[in-house]
Design a protein around this ligand. Sequence first.
Ligand code: GDP
Length: 296
Amino acid sequence: GNAIDEDPEESLLPRPPVVTIMGHVDHGKTTLLDAIRSAKVASGEAGGITQSIGAYQVTTASGQEVTFIDTPGHAAFSEMRARGANATDVVVLVVAADDGVKEQTKECIATAKLASVPIVVAINKMDKPGADPARVLNELMNYQLLSTEFGGDVEVGKVSAKNKDGLDDLLDKILLQAEVLELKANPNRAAQGVVIEAGMKQGLGTVATTLIQRGTLKIGDIFVAGASWGKVRLLMNHTGARITEAGPSTPVQVVGFDGVPGAGDVFTVVDKEETARTITDSRRKLLRENQAAQMQ
Ligand code: GDP
């Protein structure tokens, strides 16, 4: 069963949307992610953020939060889904205003539709002389994406990632789309989530950016992630500032792993160390068996 169904309705509280940016190569996915990060992540937060940790969260002008998976493209999205981690609530489809719908644009539309994840369109590169947003909207109609401008249900933002124009409007449109989804989670339970990326940091050992999907992760919690487990020693938010807990839709850097989890690994808090050991021992055994089988 789907773990999200296990929480009784009355325990559920609203949570921010989690967004993945997709689109054709060179249409500006990376530039848009960087632009939103640099323009919208609250200034004055500790450390500032200079480097990507795989996800970040912004606060909009209206005071609402939006979480972005900081890896553009649909490969990571599909990989996570294949492992049962449905991390994304809304896909932002970037289409360059001067280039229109291309091969990968179509693939992204198909991927999002297959996953039943709604699409918000960002028509990018509006600063370019050849920008033709009307043409883009027309092309998108061929893929059943009809803008609200024309009576459809697809929110469309026009942006220049390069000039950081239209970002607030795009964020508002993401929130409009999210509102329809009535996203909720129970914050008052053992945390569950998904590992977005993991690596080693000097003095800290494994640091894994984890997107919390339900529950609240706290210092001292014992967890399992893929074939590794650990006890939360330190939590840092997306800016590197130390925090004591992280709730639903929050990306958090977790320190305290024994081993290194993989991107897409499901992260689950368990009751005690013994449980964590038992689960990871059997997963490690299974991995070894699979590896041995593959070598034959
Ligand atoms: P990605 O492959 O989709 O991640 O695209 P990138 O973000 O790497 O951008 C591809 C190229 O388009 C880069 O040279 C960017 O500087 C440029 N670019 C991205 N956004 C804009 C924009 O809004 N306006 C203009 N003029 N160029 C842009």
